[in-house]
Write a protein that binds this ligand. Structure first.
Ligand code: DER
Length: 204
């Protein structure tokens, strides 16, 4: 099975959690794309109805519009039933790294407003601990003097490998100029992993 086929399998499994009448957070990225497509298909087939989607990016907004999924926003729907989204990394405690696709702020706002947050990944995203992939943790900062802020972020983690994630999160967010970061700690309620040997559903 290709990575793309695994992403689709995980996405379709997650959509089984969707019930008619739900207000849904619609994720962003190549895995979430399959989930949004599937929701649109079930709506078209009449197997789902009365769904309201809250998109996590302009890209997902456009995709949902093209599928005819009714859309709204957090101002009108501050409490969501379920969000489905991908991740860049998942650790054994269901902590996530997200945002390498560039939409972490809206994702964190929407997914933080949901009763259930179902994460969909292919098995390549599983890591022993956050940051293990050696890839950077995305951090969104304001454009004003961004080099200054980038320097201060760099200095925070000069050679410290991230041990206490909460402490690292607090340290990043304390820097004036930082908007949000891509560590989604203690937010996922379920992670669906599609692998060569089948699907694993991990619950918090
Ligand atoms: O940028 C994001 O937050 C995406 O959800 C990312 O974490 C996963 O994208 P992918 O499904 O294309 O790997």
């Amino acid at each position: 099975l290709t990575q793309d086929e695994l992403k689709k399998i995980a996405a379709y499994k997650a959509v089984e959690f969707v019930e008619s009448g739900m207000v849904l957070g619609l994720g962003t990225g190549s895995t979430a794309k399959y989930a949004v497509d599937r929701i649109g298909e079930l709506l078209r087939q009449g197997k789902l109805n009365n769904i309201i989607g809250i998109p996590t990016s302009k890209k997902t907004h456009e995709q949902a519009v093209s599928l005819g999924i009714p859309l709204s926003d957090l101002d009108s729907h501050p409490f969501l039933d379920l969000a489905i989204d991908g991740a860049d990394e998942v650790d054994p405690y269901l902590n996530l790294v997200k945002g390498r696709g560039g939409s972490l702020l809206r994702e964190k706002m929407v997914e933080g407003a949901c009763k259930k947050f179902v994460v969909i990944v292919d098995e390549s995203k599983l890591v022993k601990h956050v940051g293990a992939s050696g890839l950077a943790i995305p951090v969104e900062i304001v454009p004003f003097c961004w080099k200054f802020t980038a320097q201060r972020l760099q200095a925070l983690f000069e050679d410290a490998d991230i041990g206490d994630l909460k402490a690292a999160s607090d340290a990043i967010l304390r820097l004036a100029g930082v908007v949000e970061h891509g560590m989604f700690l203690d937010m996922a309620t379920t992670v669906i992993v599609a692998g060569e040997l089948g699907i694993t559903v991990k619950n918090k």
